[in-house]
Design a protein around this ligand. Structure first.
Ligand code: ZN
Length: 353
């Protein structure tokens, strides 16, 4: 009897232990389910690190102030055929070099260059666009507003993007209400700067939608997309620095800058005013300068191959931004500003100016 009771008692004990274990496992599984549900509820955006979106910006300026006096330091694009053709020829070559690396160029142009294109080289904009580059309105509005600058591009055969560039930090709120009336012609704002690119300019290297009362505050309902240019010096070192300092959950951006008037013709070229010429040995001679850009892109290609840098137009950048917007974190607490003018920073980095 005693042995029988002991066996029964033992079996009961084993059964109880088994039930206990099953109950405990069930509890643990329930806990896991609860934790999973909690994670879903918090909706933390997936963490990601974007490549550095790299864009080449070209700007041509109006050659008159308030539509009256001629500016000496700006080529007479719409009045001097030989000069316009020198610059469009050099820019076609530049466009091809960029294209051979997969680099995209945003060619921002004011009204006088467009008038020159319409008069003397009417396929220039179409040829440049066919290389995968973009044409957009760049203005300081001394006498023509952005909408008119855009009309001049269309009249010269171009298909302008929705990018506007060239406004200063002080007037950008007025511009936003002006653009409201033209919406959706302009939705992307680039290069909100200090006049003459002096020191203290904002140097943000990411994208957000500026709010109406605070440029640096992100407003998820904001109509305009602002693309920051970063330090925008034409240097491998600064580009690599921007790659290394990319922010998580942000669209990281960097632009470099070229003005066609930097590309000087050879001294003695017939029909070209001496001001826009130099010797073939000078780094500012247009072919030497294009060679420099070719080498610059060659160095960057290594980073592009590794996926740390991606060549993109401003329209491409805005599209990526819209696609990723729900996963972005807008940390606007630290707005970098330049400690030197754009020209001095470029010279200090070794760029030929
Ligand atoms: Zn400008």
């Amino acid at each position: 009897m005693k042995t029988k009771e002991m066996i029964l008692g033992g079996a009961l004990l084993v059964l109880l232990v088994c039930l206990g274990v099953l109950f405990w496992v069930g509890q643990v599984e329930e806990d896991v389910v609860e934790i999973d549900e909690m994670v879903v509820e918090i909706e933390t955006p997936d963490s990601f690190l974007s490549p550095l979106y790299f864009t080449v910006i070209v700007h041509t300026e109006e050659d008159m102030s308030n539509c009256r006096g001629k500016k000496a330091n700006i080529p007479d694009y719409d009045g001097d055929e030989a000069l316009l053709l020198h610059f469009t020829n050099a820019m076609r070559e530049f466009g091809q070099i960029a294209r051979s690396h997969g680099v995209k160029v945003n060619f921002g142009t004011d009204w006088t260059f467009s008038r020159g294109v319409a008069s003397f080289d009417p396929t220039f904009y179409q040829d440049f666009e066919a290389m995968g580059h973009e044409i957009d309105a760049h203005a300081h509005e001394s006498c023509y507003k952005y909408a008119e600058v855009q009309d001049e591009i269309i009249a010269a055969g171009g298909a302008p993007t929705s990018v506007a560039s060239g406004m200063s930090e002080e007037i950008v709120y007025d511009e936003m209400s002006y653009f409201d009336k033209l919406y959706p012609d302009f939705t992307i704002l680039w290069g909100v700067a200090s006049p003459g690119h002096g020191e203290g300019e904002e140097m943000t290297g990411w994208v957000w939608r500026p709010s109406r009362d605070d440029w640096f505050k992100h407003d998820s309902d904001g109509r305009y997309i602002h693309i920051g240019h970063g330090a925008y010096t034409n240097s491998v070192e600064d580009t690599v620095n921007a790659i290394e300092n990319r922010k998580e959950n942000a669209i990281n951006t960097y632009s470099v800058f070229l003005a066609p008037r930097e590309l000087l013709a050879e001294r003695g070229t017939e029909g070209i005013d001496e001001v826009w010429t130099t010797t073939k040995k000078d780094c500012a001679y247009w072919e030497n300068k294009l060679e420099w850009w070719d080498e610059f892109f060659t160095e960057l290609d290594e980073y592009a191959k590794r996926g740390e840098l991606e060549y993109a137009s401003l329209t491409d950048v805005s599209e990526v931004f819209i696609e990723k917007e729900k996963d972005l974190i807008f940390d606007q607490s630290d707005i970098p500003r330049s400690t030197d003018s754009m020209g001095s920073a470029n010279k200090a980095s070794g760029y030929c100016l």
